[in-house]
Ligand binder design. Structure first.
Ligand code: HCB
Length: 223
C-alpha cells in the first residue's frame, strides 16, 4: 500500500472523518493490504497526533471524540478481516479483558481483544470503567488463564494495582496471569505493581499472552 494511503488514513483520524476512514479501510482490504499494517501505519499514528494536539491545546474534547468515531469506523471494516486469521486455530487460552475503573478509553483494548481472538484465544471483554472485583468474578466464572487490564490515564493506571489486589483477595492470583497495557503504562510499572507482563501494542500482547500460557503449562507440569 503506498505511503500516501497510510497518510490519508492518518489524516482521516485527525480530521475525525468516519466515512473517509471506512472507505480507505475498504480500499485497503480490496487491495489485499494487511489490516494490521493499515492500523499500525495509518490509523494509530493519527490517534497519536490527535493526542499530541490535544495536549498542546490545539484540539478539544469534541475533536478527540470525532477522531475516536473515525477510528471505530475503520475498525468496523478491519475487525472481521483480522479475526479471519484465527478461525481454524485450536484454543490458545481464555482471556478476560477490560479497561480499568474510572477510564472509558476502549479502542486499544478492543484491538488487543481482536488480535488475541485472531490468534486463537477466547476473549471476554468486560468493557470500560471496570472495577477490580468484576475482573475477579469473571475470571473465576470462566476459569480464565489471563486477565488483561488497560488504562490510558495516569490517574487510572493505579487501578491496575486494584485489579491485582482483587484477584489476590478472591484467591485466584496463583491461577491467573495478569498483563497490563495502555499509553502511560510501562514495563517498570508492571513490575512495580506485580503484574506478570506489559505489552506496548496489540501484537506484543499476543506474544506476551502466548509466553504467559507457556509459563502456566510449565508450572502445571512441575506441580
Ligand atoms: Co483521551 N486522553 N481523554 N479520549 N485520548 C489521552 C489518553 C491523552 C494521552 C491525550 C493527551 O492529553 N495527550 C490524555 C491522558 C493524559 C494522561 O493521563 N497522561 C487523555 C485525556 C486527558 C482524556 C480526558 C480526561 C479528557 C477530558 O475529559 N478532559 C477524557 C477521560 C475520560 C475517561 O476515561 N474518564 C478523555 C476522553 C477521550 C475520548 C472519550 C474522547 C476518546 C476515547 C474514545 C474511546 O476509546 N471510545 C479519547 C481518545 C481517543 C484519546 C487518544 C487521542 C487516543 C487513545 C487511543 O485510542 N489510542 C489519547 C492519546 C494517546 O493515547 N496518545 C488521549 C490508539 C490505541 C490503538 O492505542 O495505547 O489505547 P492504545 O492501546 C494500545 C497499547 O497501549 C496496548 O495495545 C493497544 C493496541 O495497540 N494496550 C494493551 C492497551 N491496553 C492494553 C492492555 C493489555 O493487557 C495489553 C496491551
Amino acid at each position: 500500500m503506498p505511503d500516501n494511503t497510510f497518510s490519508a488514513m492518518r489524516q482521516s483520524i485527525v480530521d475525525g472523518a468516519p466515512d473517509t476512514a471506512a472507505n480507505l479501510a475498504q480500499q485497503a482490504v480490496a487491495a489485499g493490504t494487511s489490516p494490521l499494517d493499515a492500523i499500525n501505519n495509518g490509523y494509530v499514528p493519527g490517534m497519536h497526533e490527535v493526542g499530541e494536539q490535544f495536549a498542546k491545546g490545539q484540539m478539544f474534547l469534541p475533536d478527540m471524540m470525532a477522531s475516536a468515531e473515525a477510528m471505530r469506523a475503520a475498525m468496523a471494516v478491519l475487525d472481521p478481516e483480522l479475526k479471519k486469521v484465527g478461525t481454524e486455530r485450536p484454543l490458545s487460552g481464555v482471556v478476560v479483558l477490560g479497561t480499568t475503573k474510572g477510564d472509558i478509553h476502549e479502542i486499544g483494548k478492543i484491538l488487543v481483544g481482536t488480535l488475541l481472538t485472531a490468534h486463537g484465544f477466547r476473549v471476554h471483554d468486560l468493557g470500560v470503567d471496570v472495577p477490580g472485583e468484576k475482573f475477579a468474578a469473571k475470571a473465576r466464572e470462566l476459569n480464565a488463564d489471563i486477565v488483561g487490564v488497560s488504562a490510558l490515564l495516569t490517574t487510572t493506571m493505579r487501578n491496575q494495582r486494584g485489579v491485582i489486589e482483587a484477584l489476590e483477595k478472591a484467591g485466584l492470583r496463583s491461577q491467573v496471569k495478569i498483563m497490563v497495557g495502555g499509553a502511560p503504562v510501562s514495563r517498570r510499572w508492571a513490575e512495580e505493581i506485580g503484574a506478570d507482563g506489559y505489552a506496548k501494542d496489540a501484537m506484543s500482547a499476543v506474544d506476551l499472552a502466548r509466553e504467559l500460557m507457556q509459563q502456566k503449562s510449565a508450572i502445571a507440569e512441575h506441580a
